[in-house]
Unconditional design. Structure first.
Length: 90
């Protein structure tokens, strides 16, 4: 399982429409409305990197999406033992 985090910028005024259209899409686990350069923080999950790339291409080509910036988180089976909060604690 591969997880990707994408920040999405949309055409001004289209935030609600894009949010509604993304909520039902396969592979989208969570959507957060954010403020700043990007409008949404989207968490995606796919069976493999190829499938994640297809989901990202579909997202980036959606009507009213201006830009998307993605970070690959990793494979679930490699990260199950990590607790991100503990891993970053000082």
């Amino acid at each position: 399982m591969v997880i990707g985090i994408t920040m999405v910028k949309v055409v001004p005024g289209q935030e609600k429409a894009i949010s509604c259209s993304l909520k039902g899409r396969e592979g989208i686990m969570d959507i957060y409305h954010i403020f700043g350069e990007y409008d949404f923080f989207v968490i995606l999950q796919a069976e493999g990197l190829n499938r994640l790339n297809l989901l990202l291409a579909d997202l980036q080509n959606a009507h009213d999406v201006i830009a998307a910036r993605t970070v690959l988180v990793g494979y679930d089976d490699q990260m199950q033992h990590l607790n991100p909060v503990k891993a970053l604690a000082c």
